[in-house]
Design a protein around this ligand. Sequence first.
Ligand SMILES: CC(=O)CC(=O)SCCNC(=O)CCNC(=O)[C@H](O)C(C)(C)COP(=O)(O)OP(=O)(O)OC[C@H]1O[C@@H](n2cnc3c(N)ncnc32)[C@H](O)[C@@H]1OP(=O)(O)O
Ligand SMILES: NC(=O)C1=CN([C@@H]2O[C@H](COP(=O)(O)OP(=O)(O)OC[C@H]3O[C@@H](n4cnc5c(N)ncnc54)[C@H](OP(=O)(O)O)[C@@H]3O)[C@@H](O)[C@H]2O)C=CC1
Length: 297
Amino acid sequence: MTNIDKVAIDKVGVIGAGQMGTGIAHVCALAGVNVVLNDVSADRIKAGLATINGNMTRQVKRNRITEAERQAALARIVPAVGYDGFSDCDLVIEAATEKEDVKRKIYGQLCPNLKPDAMVGSNTSSISITRLAAATDRPERFIGIHFMNPVPVMELVELIRGIATEDATYEATKAFCHRLGKTVAVSEDFPAFIVNRVLMPMINEAIYTLYEGVGTVEAIDVAMRLGANHPMGPLQLADFIGLDICLSVMQVLHEGLADSKYRPCPLLVKYVEAGWLGRKTQRGFYDYRGEKPVPTR
Ligand SMILES: CC(=O)CC(=O)SCCNC(=O)CCNC(=O)[C@H](O)C(C)(C)COP(=O)(O)OP(=O)(O)OC[C@H]1O[C@@H](n2cnc3c(N)ncnc32)[C@H](O)[C@@H]1OP(=O)(O)O
Ligand SMILES: NC(=O)C1=CN([C@@H]2O[C@H](COP(=O)(O)OP(=O)(O)OC[C@H]3O[C@@H](n4cnc5c(N)ncnc54)[C@H](OP(=O)(O)O)[C@@H]3O)[C@@H](O)[C@H]2O)C=CC1
């Protein structure tokens, strides 16, 4: 057992400056934590920092934070291509692409650069924490720390312990989530954990509903928004999350639980094969290239 619960988390490394990594860096920096933000290229990180700045500027306009807080938070985020700046991180949160081989490769390069007692968390939506932990040199200090999108707005973080995760790692990451103002729900390490075990089959079913011609994109979304009081329709939400991520999660559920009820809808597969991944590529179930989103079917 280590004494991680007594170690303050003063510096966090975030890997992946996409939708989630930028949101995680955003909330950490606003909570007074120093952040080193990594991605595959300087351009990617630059785009990520611009996103964070845009979201914080909106928070200033809406009087959620002050201009001084925005400036102080942005100054806490340091860009890093490679892992040189990670040697004094207390916690690293990996939020790279939802592919196991990508994540394993990252841990292989990251771990030799970390101090021995640093913790590593993955923001994976679905992949086994025990298996990811086994790809590191520190499974006892590895944990699933699953933020929800958009991170600055959503209150929940799922914490998922792998088979080897020590109590001290769990307690330290739980306290850290509370410091960020989040509420924690604990999930056992089963495919897609709690939120996505329930949410993704609903989204997949909405795509089947479209595929079978039961309703149009607009009819399905309006039905669930106004008929079930969901803040977004399921197809709008799928585009928001990213269709590549929705497909990966369904594949993990299908393979991991070996039940045909999790079969990814062929239409979802087709959209991903087309590179129509939702908002991030400007086209998914809606086309976002014009003034307002237009359904693609
Ligand atoms: C896939 C996984 O592994 C797990 C997941 O994350 S599953 C996805 C979970 N997320 C959801 O289900 C989101 C569902 N959608 C919603 O809750 C809402 O539509 C929404 C919060 C995204 C937007 O709400 P809205 O009322 O339509 O829009 P809007 O009024 O513009 O925004 C509400 C607030 O969110 C903020 N916001 C919206 N998008 C934001 C973003 N990307 N980043 C930061 N802040 C954002 C706005 O600034 C606004 O803040 P204030 O209340 O402080 O003014
Ligand atoms: N989208 C969502 O709603 C949610 C997603 N998640 C999870 O968070 C993680 C990230 O998702 P999300 O932010 O949406 O995905 P994005 O595609 O928006 O971002 C992923 C980022 O990781 C980068 N990346 C890829 N390989 C590496 C690498 N080797 N080193 C550093 N960065 C790398 C990508 O760069 P490039 O594009 O150049 O490959 C991209 O910038 C996934 O595990 C996902 O399942 C969790 C909760 C919600």
